[in-house]
Ligand binder design. Structure first.
Ligand code: HEC
Length: 241
């Protein structure tokens, strides 16, 4: 009897343990992989909406290239490898060999039959520099309409930066450009705005809103009083400080 009871208790404990472990591993198996996949697809959908191209901040190549991850760029080249070789003297495949492509004139690699679209592009761009390569690799069909390169593109700026750093390391002939000297002016512009918040912004915000909303109704007969009223309201908060 006691043996049986012990077995039952032990069995119950084991079963509970198994159930807990089972649930844990099942839930991990179910949810972990999906979380990784979904964001990638979501990003693509958003960018294909059309707004993705314009809003992207310009890349300051002189700043990002020195710290780019060349090894990561080479790893990403797996996506290009079905069509391109990158080693010096490598064969042309579906696409031209890319050794020395940074600084090379577009559509100029010997022995490759470029599309008319890419040949036309070479009249616009003297050489493949960072910015033009980035635009092309980001969305080949959009940048060179009619290109034979049937590749969806690298949407993430970091991927393109690392890729171009890698291509540069394979016979690139352009020096890394100087970093943009842009930062100082924005900092000066931000300082006055930063100084104002001490007391003014709150008052400004409250005065700005009332005139616009009440301006329509009141403005018909009493245009002047409306601006004056909000200003008086704004004074007390300033004194409070
Ligand atoms: C499905 C095949 C394919 C894939 C994948 C592909 N390319 Fe291409 N690529 C081509 C073809 C074909 C051309 C020639 C385009 C033309 O003539 O219109 C080309 C042209 C280029 C050029 C211009 C070369 C020149 O001499 O002017 C660059 C740069 C380039 N590809 C980079 C890449 C990179 C980087 C990747 C990976 C992120 C990639 N390609 C993926 C097929 C491909």
């Amino acid at each position: 009897m006691s043996d049986l009871t012990f077995n039952k208790v032990a069995g119950a404990v084991l079963a509970t343990g198994l159930a807990v472990f089972g649930l844990k591993s099942v839930s991990e198996g179910l949810f972990a992989p999906h979380e990784v996949e979904k964001p990638g697809y979501l990003v693509e959908v958003v960018e294909e909406g059309g707004a993705g191209a314009a809003p992207e901040a310009p890349i300051d190549w002189g700043t990002v290239l020195p710290t780019a991850d060349i090894a990561a760029g080479q790893a990403t080249f797996a996506k290009c490898q079905s069509c391109h070789t990158f080693a010096s003297g490598g064969a042309n495949g579906t696409g031209p060999n890319l050794f020395g492509v940074v600084g090379r004139k577009p559509a100029s690699h010997g022995g490759f039959a470029y599309s008319p679209a890419m040949t036309a592009k070479s009249a616009e761009i003297p050489v493949w520099d960072d910015a033009h390569l980035s635009e092309f690799i980001k969305a080949p069909q959009r940048y060179v309409s009619g290109t034979k390169m049937t590749f969806v593109g690298l949407k993430k700026p970091e991927e393109r930066i690392n890729m171009i750093a890698f291509l540069r390391s394979q016979g690139g002939t352009l020096p890394v450009p100087a970093p943009n000297p842009a930062p100082p002016p924005p900092a000066e512009g931000a300082a006055p705005e930063g100084a104002a918040p001490e007391g003014a912004p709150v008052a400004t915000g409250s005065t700005a809103t009332p005139p616009t909303t009440s301006g329509g109704p009141a403005g018909q007969g009493v245009g002047a009083p409306a601006p004056g009223a909000p200003a008086q309201q704004a004074t007390p908060p300033g004194k409070a400080h």
